[in-house]
Design a protein around this ligand. Structure first.
Ligand code: ZN
Length: 408
């Protein structure tokens, strides 16, 4: 686990209170009160909903002439969140991003093909500034225009692809379809940290012929580039000289020991424009113990496995969709559509798992038994299993909701 730097945290709190937002939120809290990790862990969390109330510039903790740029996190509903950046914030972000490229073995000799979008959100421009600081040649193409995309990639001999996992997969498929794989010079892929499975990862890596690196970040905390995995494994090194992070139990807010899955919470040490104290990312991960064989001293977290809003605890077992995805993917006859209902009946939590299958009658009953056994073996609790016909579970227009917790 990363060490809390009390001096930096006190400075961050003092500075944060220059903003209207923290002046109100931390009324009665003084930086000098925080003398230990225990004191720090009593501070209230900051959540995205809170930040919306600061719209448009209530988060700004510095004088306005120091602000050189704003970014905005995509609000699916209602008011967006505006994050102001000073020159130093922009430079710090670029330095972290350069470190990401270096960790992925990318150098000034590379040609970096940047497909994430440029604009109000932090994606493209973060990849861009880090690459320029590294001294690599960038191809700032942005998303879309697949024909031009592939032509540029071939003609410019791009060696690094920056993309979301879904866009990387689309490009990989197009390259295969067009039979131009031998004209592609890619050797590395830097992929934004959405949740993505091993299968997809292997397909992208094989079809593009690249090693893949997961980059982590969120607009509220600079943007992408605050952590990345190294050559060794899927865990990501976090640049904890710029921020402090904790893993908490999402329901109680209690800080969890290394190795336990929970929600990532970040406190910025050095951010000038919009410092954030104990910001809830809602990303689920866990701390990885010990030092990495690669030799980097920065601490590590596991790949993001989902959103804390989807995580539930039932009779002591932690359940989140990617864990159930993996479990069900191993069982023949189970389709990818499923739903989990949790109810509290007669003083007991009951978990019911519905899944779709093409099977009927006796084979369907057999399959239910198999799923029940596997669930008990893997996740450790008894469940009620209900198989239904294909197409029977309700689809939602937006993101598929898998877990319905009816206990609260
Ligand atoms: Zn490492």
């Amino acid at each position: 686990m990363t060490n809390l730097n009390l001096e930096l945290v006190q400075k961050a709190i003092t500075h944060a209170k220059n903003s209207k937002f923290y002046k109100d939120k931390f009324a009665g809290i003084e930086a000098g009160d925080i003398k230990s990790k225990e004191d720090f862990e009593k501070l209230p969390f900051t959540d995205k909903e809170d930040l919306r109330s600061a719209y448009p510039l209530g988060l700004n903790a510095t004088s306005e002439e120091k602000v050189v740029r704003i970014h905005s996190s995509s609000g699916t509903t209602g008011t967006p969140v505006i994050i102001p950046y000073t020159r130093k914030d922009v430079e710090d972000w670029a330095k972290m991003f350069r470190r990401c490229y270096e960790t992925a073995g990318i150098t000034a000799h590379d040609r970096i093909h940047i497909t994430p979008g440029y604009g109000l959100w932090t994606a493209g421009i973060g990849f861009q500034l880090g690459a320029e600081l590294l001294g690599a040649m960038t191809i700032p193409i942005g998303p879309g225009f697949t024909d031009k995309q592939i032509k540029m990639m071939i003609d410019m001999k791009s060696t690094v692809l920056c993309a979301t996992s879904s866009y990387a997969l689309l490009l990989a498929e197009e390259i295969e379809k067009r039979g131009v794989k031998d004209k592609i010079h890619l050797r590395r892929g830097v992929i934004g940290s959405e949740r993505w499975g091993e299968k997809m990862r292997n397909r992208i890596a094989n079809e593009l012929g690249v090693s893949l690196f997961d980059i982590y970040g969120l607009t509220e905390i600079y943007g992408p580039g605050i952590g990345i995995n190294c050559e060794q494994q899927s865990a990501m090194h976090m640049w904890d000289d710029y921020f402090y992070y904790e893993i908490i139990e999402p329901k109680t807010g209690k800080v969890l020991p290394d190795g336990e899955v929970g929600e990532l919470v970040i406190t910025t040490y050095l951010k000038e424009g919009a410092p954030l104290i104990r910001y809830r990312t809602h990303d689920l991960t866990r701390s990885i113990k010990g030092e990495c064989p690669c030799g980097l001293k920065f601490p590590r977290i596991d790949a993001i496995i989902g959103r804390s809003d989807d995580m539930v605890k039932v009779r002591g077992a932690i359940i989140y969709p990617s864990r159930v995805d993996e479990l069900l993917a191993k069982i023949d006859g189970v389709s990818s559509e499923y739903q989990i209902m949790i109810d509290h009946l007669n003083g007991k939590d009951i978990l019911t798992l519905f899944f779709e299958t093409a099977l009927t009658d006796e084979p369907r009953k057999e399959l239910e038994k198999t799923v029940e056994t596997e669930f008990k073996k893997d996740i450790g609790i008894r469940t009620v299993i209900k198989a239904v016909a294909l197409g029977e579970l309700e689809r939602s227009e937006k993101k598929t909701k898998r877990v319905f917790d009816n206990r609260y």
